[in-house]
Write a protein that binds this ligand. Structure first.
Ligand SMILES: CC(=O)SCCNC(=O)CCNC(=O)[C@H](O)C(C)(C)COP(=O)(O)OP(=O)(O)OC[C@H]1O[C@@H](n2cnc3c(N)ncnc32)[C@H](O)[C@@H]1OP(=O)(O)O
Length: 210
């Protein structure tokens, strides 16, 4: 499968300054930007910058960023699911995962995440993909935001809905291990019925038990 990509961008004004929301951004360009020191949700910033640069060089992957001058203050990644997760146990070439989304605390609550999701979906090529994201409450910044698990979950849903991702059922044990965890999915307009059926089978691997 080819993975054509079309770049989109927009400016948004926050009371902390103007941001450019843009992407997919190429690996070489991402490397030239400063990666803000408060992007710490997934890995230490230096390591995460390196990871994002590496991800951008993968043929299927996309990185959308929020940029303040030459500093990355938010990003979202899309790439094939982790080989250790069930979502990679498929022959579906058009199944990609929104792996991580993060905005520095200073720019949160200004719709930066929602705008990164909207920019991501502007590329018509996204209509060929099944896009998934797995929400595990232990990845959430509950301490930093002061939100309860359920309020954080509501925020995640509103944010993901901006990109057209909605909750789908699954019997994945990790997702089922806590009621706030969930699988969210966007099925592109051109995804075939066969591919949707293959994805349904992947969501319910333990169906024989019922
Ligand atoms: C697949 C994964 O990556 S799961 C992990 C997700 N990432 C994290 O938890 C990392 C730490 N958190 C963050 O980086 C940020 O808080 C994010 C990325 C979750 C959200 O970024 P933001 O730019 O602040 O989100 P954005 O402003 O677009 O808000 C999305 C919605 O949540 C609401 N929201 C945002 N912050 C809050 C808050 N503190 N309290 C209540 N609601 C909130 C917004 O009002 C908006 O809803 P609306 O449509 O009703 O206006």
């Amino acid at each position: 499968m080819d993975h054509p990509k079309k770049y989109f961008s927009k400016k948004i004004l926050t009371n902390k300054g103007e941001l450019i929301i843009e992407g997919p951004v190429e690996s070489a360009l991402l490397e030239t930007y400063v990666f803000h020191e408060n992007l710490t949700s997934f890995r230490p910033p230096k390591q995460q910058h390196k990871a994002v640069v590496e991800i951008a060089s993968l043929s299927e992957a996309r990185i959308i960023i929020a940029r303040c001058e030459n500093t990355i203050v938010g990003y979202v990644t899309y790439l094939y699911p982790d080989p250790l997760e069930r979502w990679s146990q498929t022959t579906l070439e058009n199944l990609i995962e929104l792996g991580a989304i993060e905005v520095i605390p200073e720019f949160r609550g200004f719709s930066v995440a929602k705008n990164m999701l909207m920019i991501s979906m502007m590329d018509d090529a996204m209509e060929d993909y099944i896009i998934i994201t797995t929400e595990y409450y232990w990845h959430w910044d509950l301490k930093g935001t002061g939100l309860s698990v359920w309020d954080y979950r509501k925020m995640m849903e509103k944010m993901m809905n901006a990109g057209g991702l909605i909750q789908f059922a699954t019997d994945d044990p990790e997702i089922c291990s806590h009621p706030a965890n969930c699988l969210m999915v966007r099925i592109g307009k051109r995804v075939t019925t066969e591919d949707i059926q293959a994805f349904d089978a992947l969501r319910f691997l333990q169906r024989y038990m019922y």
